[in-house]
Design a protein around this ligand. Structure first.
Ligand code: SF4
Length: 268
């Protein structure tokens, strides 16, 4: 059975890491291994895109909190324009809460999530919106099997009463991925009791696999493509050079952005 650090909580990105590379999960979350290395090259370009994504989240949070938007840099104007011209449609009611953090015990494990936006009406529907600044949207089938798509609606159903003051059925919940570079093509995932049960079973099996890990060194992914954009590649002897920013595919970029979101607090 793994030894977890104090106050450890699972998240969509840590569980995603486990499904993609068990060694990465062990290094990043259990051993908390510091291994500074660029995620992608050129570093400046990668960091600029990363900063822009953070700034977009921050400005959208300010908007929902009705804090005046000031000094929007020119490089952010296109995305902010996309947000104002094509915001997510069909949001229920008038309650809009950005950066909503929640957590629940799932199969005995503490799991946490932060919703970029939670929109709901009293005793009605609720929509979780997640802002994405990927250069291109990934395939819907890829999004559908992401841990984020599995965890977010499930956690909202489990924690609705404490979070918003009334219970929600799975049928009341929707998850929307909104893309700054494709604002008119959000991906909408409606939820259901059947999906809730299926996802609970999936998470139960996933936690059982994690609990059964006993090796000192957990298995390295056989898919070496995942190592190109992993900071541990030299530690794992999977190469020294980071992958190129302009060769990041949609899925790798989505992975990196989702992991960064989990690690960040977008502080006003
Ligand atoms: S470099 Fe590859 S094998 Fe090592 S932790 Fe990263 S993804 Fe896993």
């Amino acid at each position: 059975m793994p030894t977890y650090p104090p106050i450890f909580q699972f998240s969509q990105s840590s569980l995603q890491d486990f499904t993609e590379c068990q060694r990465r999960f062990q290094l990043r979350y259990l051993l908390q291994q510091q291994w500074p290395a660029p995620i992608a090259e050129p570093i400046e370009e990668f960091e600029h895109a990363d900063q822009l994504g953070r700034l977009f989240h921050l400005n959208v949070e300010r908007y929902w909190l009705e804090v005046p938007l000031e000094h929007i840099p020119p490089s952010l104007l296109t995305w902010m324009g996309a947000f104002f011209d094509h915001p997510p449609q069909d949001l229920p009611g008038e309650i809009r809460r950005p950066e909503v953090r929640t957590s629940a015990l799932v199969h005995g494990q503490r799991v946490t999530a932060t919703f970029d936006l939670l929109a709901y009406e009293e005793d009605g529907r609720a929509v979780i919106v997640d802002w994405k600044t990927n250069h291109k949207k990934p395939m819907r089938s890829y999004l559908d099997r992401r841990l984020q798509t599995i965890l977010y609606p499930l956690l909202l159903v489990l924690t609705a009463e404490q979070l918003i003051g009334f219970p929600l059925r799975p049928e009341d919940v929707t998850l929307v991925y909104w893309f700054a570079n494709a604002p008119e093509e959000p991906e909408v995932f409606t939820y259901s009791q059947a999906r809730f049960e299926q996802d609970m079973d999936y998470l139960g099996a996933l936690f059982a696999r994690i609990e059964a890990m006993t090796d000192d060194v957990w298995p390295l992914t056989p898919d070496v493509r995942k190592c190109r954009y992993c900071e541990f590649r030299s530690l794992c002897d999977r190469g020294r050079e980071a992958g190129a920013v302009d060769e990041l595919d949609d899925e790798a970029q989505f992975d990196i952005e989702s992991a960064a979101e989990d690690q960040d607090e977008y502080v006003l």
